[in-house]
Design a protein around this ligand. Structure first.
Ligand code: AMP
Length: 190
């Protein structure tokens, strides 16, 4: 598991995010997937993910944050781009699904994410994987994440964090992609 260092937190995070109606009635267990394959002036792919995790660690509407190890994965879309670094974070939040989405997008913006091409390189991608046992389909937000059951770079770190998890009623260990390491490598912690 990745050890989260709050010293890498950008100080703007706590004050920037203050959406109205942002509080759920209670704490909800959530998982997000983080991915990066683009270095920029703020750092390397692993540093983008570490900084996002540190921001989450400091954020008042998130508690009990845990992060998986970091993994290298072959790109899903265009092949003429670097491998991705991926990780999954689990936590409890009082953010609603849409304000959690806005929060994830703010983490992406803080990594100076620019969209170059579909499924192409990006400094940071943060997707909501699970929000309690919520199932929703909206043009802006699908939960569980639409690609979750087919992506080993999501299922394997998710399984590392919570081996007993069930996704859409199915134990995570029973998803074929949670047992398939094709294109995936565990990165060392340092
Ligand atoms: P992406 O290319 O991964 O940054 O996703 C682009 C769009 O996907 C976002 O603007 C969201 O509105 C939408 N989206 C739908 N479901 C999700 C989800 N579970 N997590 C994150 N984004 C989502």
């Amino acid at each position: 598991m990745f050890s989260i260092d709050s010293n890498t937190k950008p100080s703007s995070m706590k004050t920037n995010f203050n959406a109205d109606n942002s509080r759920a009635a209670t704490w909800v267990s959530c998982y997000v997937g983080l991915g990066s394959n683009l270095m920029n002036e703020l750092g390397s792919p692993s540093e983008h993910i570490a900084r996002a995790l540190a921001s989450m660690q400091e954020y008042g509407q998130i508690r009990e944050l845990q992060a998986s190890s970091f993994y290298a994965s072959a790109p899903m879309g265009p092949q003429d781009q670097p491998d991705f670094v991926n990780a999954v974070a689990g936590f409890q939040t009082t953010l609603t699904p849409f304000t959690l989405l806005a929060y994830c997008q703010q983490l992406e913006a803080l990594a100076k994410r620019a969209r170059i091409r579909r499924w192409g390189e990006r400094s940071l991608d943060v997707d909501i994987l699970l929000y309690g046992d919520l199932q929703m389909t909206d043009p802006q937000l699908t939960i569980p994440h639409a690609g979750l059951s087919e992506r080993n770079f999501v299922l394997i770190p998710l399984r590392e964090l919570t081996p007993t998890l069930t996704v859409a009623g199915i134990p995570i260990v029973d998803y074929p992609q949670s047992n398939d390491w094709t294109g995936l490598t565990l990165l060392s912690c340092d």
